[in-house]
Structure formats: structure tokens, C-alpha cells
Design a protein around this ligand. Structure first.
Ligand code: SF4
Length: 186
């Protein structure tokens, strides 16, 4: 597991490489210190999954750990329905389907497949609107599959001090670490 990357890094990294550093630095701080109201609402809405209270059915895997040897990733999925072969990532609110959502689901998808599960459907589910957004499998979206592989490579080669980096004001404005980050433009 030494060189494995947490699945959550994929989404964080394409938002801003520095956010991974901040995430690790502030991981043990009280979330009230840096997460905004919307994100805290999301955490609270996610509680049923975290505590595996979403379903009693044994064929529904919740908050389930997955690993991919092929891509060197580990993390947890939200919900996988073994019978329906459907992997679902739950979000409190969905403004747009960010590339990071694809990457996160692809990582979980490959982890499940390596464990011998069949996965045929990927879904982003928005619980405030009770709405599902289907996501193409990586073999049906080669552009996003390439981005998935490229992002893993970039994370592996990224150096906080050695890699060039220019903060982006629009991203800093939306970033949960903008009050704590030394390079924030806010
Ligand atoms: S505040 Fe800006 S530079 Fe710092 S992690 Fe967030 S987006 Fe990146």
C-alpha cells in the first residue's frame, strides 16, 4: 500500500494540486474550522452511508473499501448494488458533473472489477433533488479514461516544491482551504 494513492486525491488534484497538501495538513483539524455550510450539510447528509444505514440488504455494499493494483489506488465507494451491478456516488448538490466525479467513480469501478465484481452502471446521485445522472463507463468515454490515467501519473510526479504552480483566483474563491492556504489569492 506504500505507493497507493487515495481515490479522493484525484478530485482534489484536478481542482488544485495544492489542495492535496492542505487536505493532509488540516485533516485532523475540526472541519468547522474550514468547511463551509454547504459542505457541512453534505457531510451530514452522507452520514447514513458512512454508518452503513443506507440499506439492510447484504447485496448493497455501503462505504465499502476498494483497491486497484493496476492503478495503485485505494479508497471507499458510497453504494454498490451487486445485483443491479450499479455503482453510485452520492452528492448533496450537483451543480455540474465535474471531471473529478468521473475520475472518482472510475477508480472505484476498477477497484470493484479487480475484486471480481461486475459493474455495468455508474451513477452520480443528487439527494437534495432525488436525481440520478448516469456516467459512461471508461471504455465508453476514452477521453475521460485518458484523463484518469494522466491524472494518476501527474499526482505521482507532483512535487510541492519542485513543480511549477500558479494559483487561480476563481478556484481560490471556491476553495475550502482559502483561509488557511499560503498561496490563496483571496
Ligand atoms: S486556496 Fe487556492 S491555491 Fe490554495 S489550495 Fe485552494 S485553490 Fe489551491
Amino acid at each position: 500500500m506504500e505507493n497507493y494513492i487515495p481515490i479522493s486525491f484525484l478530485n482534489d488534484f484536478i481542482f488544485c494540486p495544492r489542495s492535496i497538501y492542505n487536505h493532509q495538513l488540516y485533516a485532523n483539524f475540526d472541519k468547522m474550522m474550514y468547511q463551509d455550510k454547504v459542505q457541512l450539510e453534505g457531510l451530514s447528509a452522507h452520514e447514513a452511508i458512512d454508518k452503513k444505514r443506507y440499506s439492510d440488504k447484504t447485496t448493497i455494499l455501503q462505504n465499502f473499501e476498494v483497491y486497484s493494483d493496476e492503478f495503485g489506488l485505494f479508497g471507499k465507494l458510497d453504494v454498490f448494488d451487486v445485483e443491479k451491478k450499479t455503482l453510485t456516488e452520492r452528492k448533496n448538490r450537483v451543480k455540474t458533473i465535474y471531471d473529478g466525479y468521473y475520475l472518482q467513480l472510475y477508480a472505484q469501478y476498477f477497484g470493484l472489477r479487480e475484486m471480481g465484481f461486475q459493474v455495468e452502471h455508474l451513477i452520480i446521485y443528487e439527494f437534495t433533488k432525488n436525481k440520478s445522472y448516469p456516467i459512461e463507463l471508461p471504455e465508453n468515454n476514452l477521453r475521460m479514461f485518458e484523463k484518469f490515467k494522466q491524472t494518476i501519473l501527474e499526482i505521482r510526479n507532483y512535487s510541492l516544491l519542485g513543480s511549477s504552480f500558479l494559483p487561480n483566483k476563481a478556484k481560490c474563491d471556491k476553495c475550502i482551504y482559502n483561509l488557511l492556504c499560503d498561496l490563496s489569492l483571496c
